[in-house]
Design a binder for this molecule. Structure first.
Ligand SMILES: C[S@@+](CC[C@H](N)C(=O)[O-])C[C@H]1O[C@@H](n2cnc3c(N)ncnc32)[C@H](O)[C@@H]1O
Length: 234
């Protein structure tokens, strides 16, 4: 049983409390990732294709509503180590076509398919340090040639991120280790994903929301609350 099994039924409540300081609701933090993903897929001509997307560490399947909104033709595969969260994900999305959820051991991705896109949001800081490279290698093996990996993480260089982490506002982050973009970049290179780009995101709290349209010009600045890598399997 993982800590996420314990919070599976009220995961969203914990999240509301943890991000309250920013002035935003959790939806803001979830949705921006999909907007970024879709903007990129639009640039590379994949938005209207029937792509297969693996949501690795999908939790309670929150991605489905955004993926359906922005990528109506996508086939979604969600996996997680938390049996409790997968149960909730299945219940929430039971009437949807082209959506599959399954729990697994955290290493061996239980699908014979390979994927056009693998999406990993805030998962790696929950994986034991010694296992991170092995898990990333397994993800690499499941990417199609020319497929893309999107990996989002909290940025330890952001003071607010550190503060939330220090206060232990995310109860389920208790046994996790924030992962620097340097370390993530090093692993990506090591497993064969050297063709990658890093972007920093989420710079302004809600009371400065008039500045949010300018965040795209700050992607290079390593102090956003989150960062993400886009890596292409060449
Ligand atoms: C902070 S939650 C993020 C959930 C989801 N990606 C989201 O953004 O809503 C981290 C998730 O990673 C999962 N997780 C931890 N270790 C994992 C592993 N080795 N493989 C897959 N999922 C894992 C946890 O069970 C949990 O659901």
């Amino acid at each position: 049983m993982t800590v996420f099994d314990k919070y599976a039924d009220n995961y969203d409540e914990g999240h509301v409390k943890a991000v309250a300081m920013s002035g935003f609701k959790p939806d803001y933090f979830h949705e921006y990732k999909f907007k970024e993903l879709v903007n990129f897929l639009e640039e590379v001509g994949l938005v209207n294709k029937q792509i297969k997307l693996l949501d690795f560490g999908c939790g309670i399947g929150r991605s489905v509503k955004y993926l359906r909104k922005y990528l109506p033709k996508v086939f979604i595969y969600g996996i997680d180590v938390s049996v409790g969260e997968i149960r909730v994900a299945k219940e929430k999305n039971k009437n949807l076509k082209n959506v599959k959820f399954t729990s697994f051991d955290g290493f061996n991705i239980p699908f014979k398919e390979k994927f056009d896109v693998i999406f990993v949001a805030n998962v790696f800081h929950h994986i034991k340090r010694n296992d991170q490279e092995k898990v990333l290698k397994n993800i690499y093996n499941k990417l199609l040639d020319n497929g893309y990996l999107f990996i989002f993480e909290h940025n330890p260089l952001n003071p607010l991120t550190q503060w939330i982490y220090f206060r232990n506002d995310f109860q389920f982050d208790k046994n996790s280790n924030l992962l620097s973009h340097f370390r993530t970049g090093k692993f990506l290179k090591k497993v064969g994903l050297a063709n990658n780009e890093i972007r920093f995101a989420i710079f302004f709290p809600q009371f400065l929301s008039m500045l949010i349209p300018f965040e795209k010009y700050l992607r290079w600045l390593p102090f956003g609350a989150h960062y993400y890598y886009i890596a292409k399997k060449a």
